[in-house]
Design a protein around this ligand. Structure first.
Ligand SMILES: *[C@@H]1O[C@H](CO)[C@@H](O)[C@H](O)[C@H]1NC(C)=O
Ligand SMILES: *[C@@H]1O[C@H](CO)[C@@H](O)[C@H](O)[C@H]1NC(C)=O
Ligand SMILES: *[C@@H]1O[C@H](CO)[C@@H](O)[C@H](O)[C@H]1NC(C)=O
Ligand SMILES: *[C@@H]1O[C@H](CO)[C@@H](O)[C@H](O)[C@H]1NC(C)=O
Ligand SMILES: *[C@@H]1O[C@H](CO)[C@@H](O)[C@H](O)[C@H]1NC(C)=O
Ligand SMILES: *[C@@H]1O[C@H](CO)[C@@H](O)[C@H](O)[C@H]1NC(C)=O
Ligand SMILES: *[C@@H]1O[C@H](CO)[C@@H](O)[C@H](O)[C@H]1NC(C)=O
Ligand SMILES: *[C@@H]1O[C@H](CO)[C@@H](O)[C@H](O)[C@H]1NC(C)=O
Ligand SMILES: CC(=O)N[C@H]1CO[C@H](CO)[C@@H](O)[C@@H]1O
Length: 639
């Protein structure tokens, strides 16, 4: 018997429900072949990942106790092409071993593949005999880009979209108390051929601000056991008045089952309500403690539907917009909140899209909190759900981008590549999934649809329809329809990008941007980007990336010069808060990424460029300037 560490952890986590019989848990295949491949740069966590990555429960807002983590060492083989899926290699050992979850291109995967367009993954998993009579659900946190899943030789499902969670009911295919063969075919075209799909910053040809792609099973995989009728999704929204809106989605769409929801604080039920499944219902909690970045209070939630019980949580807060002293402002709990965050791309030199560990992931967010940022812009990527939970717990307002399709022009041939009608419809479908999957995280404040014109059709203005779509799916958030470039008046923000200095809510503007529109929120969706080269041990050690270091942004020749320039640029933003209609900004960026050396810290997270004392004071000055506007005091811009 071989009991992997991840199973031990997941079994230990399953304390309040019947534990699977440990003696029945085993893996048939040897896992001795996996070893970390040395990436071009490591992080302090690279060597801590081991072979049982991401033991934490992957779906914190719909948590079941009876589950089994399938992360760990799987088998991998490069596939010849799309046709390979027609003849799945059942019952075979593959030539290589791979760490799941990971990007095939990452050192942590043990593969470090290039051009991994078609792949096979296999693993075997035991379904405990005590689960017999229950449903068995197989969950994937995210697979980039298309996954065809086979269980014991039968096709169990297909999923398209590289950033989203999906669940397959594999009950009919599994053998209880025995090993089951799991085979996954993955097709990830990224930006090859004429594919125009949501990819964010991934490219098969990394250069400048475009990076190494991520292919394969890059978020956690797990199975869980449920009753015949089970909760598939929980939509929860709670506002500053104590209003709670709930929809408990059931696997049985035909009938409405009674559900009971309880809010808990320190294990005590502080509110409870009964309602139907599959239909929205509401109730009110008197004088809830509100959620905000300064006081990120959360309530635990238990939902029971028939014999299914799940754990979740929520926070009470209201995001809206309103006019404060004649200026349209974003409001949190009815008050102007100056939103100040970083461009946070979520790339890692050892894991690419997959943070090496939860601790590493939180390390980035903690730096932002320590410096006084109250927001973070998750840039054209979707994180695993524990990242949003961390923002909920730590108190960071999330500005969430939809992963972009290809940028307007490719470096190679200068050709314009825009989505055709089919691809545009698919973009809308995936945008719908994004909002529906993430809308119950209290920290998310703003949805972004388009970044700098990437994939944005301009012979008609699709952002108007997509904005209406997002507003209908989630009326509780603001929509920043176009951050940077082609603004035709859609959405809640008049959002400008400008480097290095900001032009926020300002009456002047540069050729790339539009004049501030005073009917919407004036915002600086990107600025800063100041660079500073570092020694080779902190650099992404790839010659092509090193050669582009001085081709993108301003490079300051010392860390002192970098902090001096930061102080000047942040001071300019403060002046614009005082003088103009600037309601927030996004500093580029949290960390260096590949050939970009403009982070608050380096790509390996080992060197912080920020002079913390100065940055804290410069960031506080932004909030003070905003407070002065909120209080309608007369202020003068400093020189
Ligand atoms: C996979 O195989 C194809 C040819 O069958 C090859 O072109 C490609 O480079 C291989 N990819 C990897 C990651 O090995
Ligand atoms: C796969 O490998 C395992 C042990 O590593 C071996 O027992 C088994 O026979 C192999 N299967 C095939 C089909 O080669
Ligand atoms: C709850 O639903 C009502 C009616 O649809 C809506 O007016 C209200 O804004 C919602 N509140 C929250 C917190 O979602
Ligand atoms: C729901 O109703 C449809 C059509 O009547 C039926 O085919 C399906 O089996 C029902 N599903 C459940 C879960 O009862
Ligand atoms: C929610 O539950 C978690 C663990 O179950 C606990 O650590 C936390 O304190 C609880 N929160 C509240 C507000 O009771
Ligand atoms: C869009 O392009 C894709 C890829 O070439 C193609 O498969 C699809 O049929 C096209 N759709 C339309 C409406 O042209
Ligand atoms: C940046 O530093 C690296 C390593 O020290 C060096 O090879 C490269 O030439 C430098 N680039 C610039 C633009 O200074
Ligand atoms: C950029 O840096 C490279 C070294 O990586 C150097 O050869 C080149 O001259 C620099 N270009 C400019 C414009 O400074
Ligand atoms: C300095 C400032 O913003 N003053 C404003 C205070 O509010 C009144 C009434 O809305 C305005 O007329 C002032 O311009």
């Amino acid at each position: 018997m071989h009991l992997t560490g991840s199973l031990v952890v997941s079994l230990l986590a399953a304390t309040s429900f019947a534990l699977p019989d440990k003696s029945a848990v085993k893996h048939v295949r040897s896992n001795s072949g996996y070893s970390l491949k040395t990436p071009p740069l490591t992080t302090p966590w690279t060597d801590k990942v081991g072979t049982d990555p991401w033991p934490e429960y992957p779906r914190p807002q719909l948590e079941r106790s009876q589950w089994q983590n399938l992360n760990g060492v799987w088998q991998y083989e490069n596939a010849s092409g799309l046709d390979a899926v027609q003849s799945p290699p059942f019952g075979q050992n593959f030539s290589q071993e791979v760490l799941i979850p990971s990007c095939l291109e990452s050192g942590l995967s043990g593969i470090q593949a290039v051009d991994a367009l078609y792949s096979w993954f296999s693993n075997s998993f035991n379904v405990d005999s005590s689960w017999k009579g229950q449903q068995v659900l197989l969950n994937f946190g995210a697979v980039d880009y298309e996954a065809t899943v086979f269980v014991n030789g039968k096709q169990a499902g297909f999923h398209r979209g590289g950033y989203f969670r999906f669940t397959l009911d594999v009950t009919p295919y599994v053998n209880f108390g025995q090993d089951n063969e799991l085979l996954v075919f993955v097709h990830d075209p990224t930006d090859s051929g004429d594919y125009v799909i949501p990819i964010g910053k991934q490219t098969l040809n990394p250069n400048h601000i475009f990076y190494t792609p991520c292919s394969g099973i890059w978020q956690s995989v797990w199975i869980e056991s449920t009753p015949a009728t089970y909760i598939t999704q929980l939509d929860l929204a709670a506002d500053m008045h104590g209003q709670v809106n709930v929809t408990v989605h059931s696997s049985n769409l035909n009938t409405s089952t009674p559900v009971e929801i309880s809010l808990l604080e320190n294990d005590k039920v502080v509110a409870a309500h009964k309602g139907p499944s599959n239909r929205p219902f509401q109730f009110k909690v008197s004088s809830p403690k509100l959620w905000s970045p300064d006081s990120p209070h959360l309530y635990n939630v238990t939902v029971k539907m028939g014999s299914d019980t799940i754990q979740s949580y929520t926070g009470f807060r209201t995001i809206s917009k309103g006019t404060v002293d004649g200026v349209v402002r974003p409001l949190l709990n009815g008050e102007f909140v100056f939103m100040f965050g970083t461009l946070d791309q979520g790339f890692w030199p050892d894991g690419i899209y997959t943070p090496p560990t939860q601790e590493a992931m939180v390390f980035d967010l903690q730096l932002l909190k320590d410096l006084g940022f109250n927001s973070v812009r998750k840039h054209i990527k979707v994180e695993n759900e524990r990242w949003y939970q961390a923002c909920d717990q730590m108190g960071l307002l999330v500005i969430q981008d939809m992963p972009a399709m290809r940028p307007l022009q490719t470096e190679a041939d200068g050709a314009t590549i825009l989505p055709n009608a089919t691809q545009q419809a698919e973009f809308g479908r995936q945008l719908t999934i994004l909002v529906n999957q993430l809308k119950s995280f209290p920290s998310i404040a703003v949805w972004i649809i388009y970044n700098e014109g990437w994939g944005q059709i301009t012979n008609y203005y699709p952002e108007f329809g997509l904005t209406a779509l997002v507003q209908s799916l989630d009326p509780t958030r603001l929509v920043d329809s176009t951050t940077g470039w082609f603004d035709h008046g859609a959405g809640d923000f008049s959002d400008n990008h400008h480097y290095a200095n900001p032009q926020c809510g300002s009456p002047f503007y540069s050729i790339d941007s539009s004049p501030y529109d005073d009917t919407r929120i004036g915002f600086q969706g990107e600025f800063g980007g100041l660079g500073n080269n570092v020694s080779i041990e902190h650099l992404w050690n790839v010659q092509a990336a090193i050669e582009t270091i001085n081709q993108t942004y301003e490079i300051d020749t010392s860390i002192d010069a970098w902090n001096y320039r930061s102080h000047v640029v942040l001071g300019e933003l403060r002046d614009q808060v005082q003088l103009f209609a600037c309601s927030g900004g996004v500093w580029t960026q949290t960390t260096d990424v590949e050939g970009e050396v403009n982070g608050l810290m380096t790509y390996d997270r080992r060197l912080k460029r920020v002079n913390e004392k100065q940055w804290k004071s410069d960031i506080q000055a932004l909030y003070d300037a905003a407070d002065a506007r909120r209080n309608n005091a007369t202020v003068e811009a400093s020189s």
